[in-house]
Design a protein around this ligand. Structure first.
Ligand code: FE2
Length: 197
């Protein structure tokens, strides 16, 4: 059974003006789809043909199959990313709001540290809020790399590949990060991820 491209959990214009429908149509419809198609092509006829995506990510990381890992990790990262976004963002609430205040001092301090990490990631990659051995941490990964192969549980991620923001922001990555953090983070999803971590 081949993997399917998961549909976006919101309409493609729902995140405007922070992410345009034009960006989402390319990002989800072309980039994300290409990663899913590549995984299906590479696992066809192998023991991983019927495996789930997270299993393929971990197996390819362990075996050193870089081509498969790059496609599978990118498919997983993008799938996770869409769940992290919503038109109804705002301030973090409930458990995650309390944990961010406890672990970073305040939401503002967290947002500042997250933005520095996202902007400071050289080249393509991802900025993440993860649970690592019980503590909240901000980490970055390069290219397709993903924290799930190191036992960290992601709560939130932001794609900082140029394809994620260049149509809307050109080289202004910091504005892209700020717009998302302050307006379109799906804190309900982040709370669910925190509960499950
Ligand atoms: Fe992307």
């Amino acid at each position: 059974m081949s993997l399917a491209l998961p549909p976006l959990p919101f309409a493609s214009q729902a995140l405007e003006p922070y992410i345009s429908s034009r960006t989402l149509d390319f990002h989800h419809g072309k980039h994300h789809r290409a990663y899913v198609d590549k995984v299906n092509e590479l696992v066809a006829g192998t023991p991983l043909a019927s495996a789930g995506l997270e299993e393929i990510v971990n197996a390819s990381a362990k075996s050193g199959n870089t081509a498969l890992f790059n496609a599978a990790a990118q498919a997983w990262n993008h799938d996770f990313q869409w769940k992290c976004l919503t038109p109804n963002g705002g301030a973090p609430k409930q458990a995650i709001g309390e944990r961010i205040a406890a672990d970073f001092g305040s939401y503002e301090k967290f947002a500042d540290a997250f933005q520095k990490a996202a902007v400071g990631q050289f080249g393509s990659g991802w900025a993440w809020l993860v649970v690592d051995q019980g503590a909240l941490r901000i980490v970055t990964t390069s290219n397709a790399d993903t924290p799930i192969i190191r036992g960290q549980r992601p709560l939130f991620t932001l794609d900082v590949w140029e394809h994620a923001y260049y149509l809307d922001y050109q080289n202004r990555r910091a504005d892209y990060v700020t717009g998302i953090l302050n307006h379109i983070v799906n804190w309900d999803f982040v709370n669910k991820a925190l509960q499950a971590a």
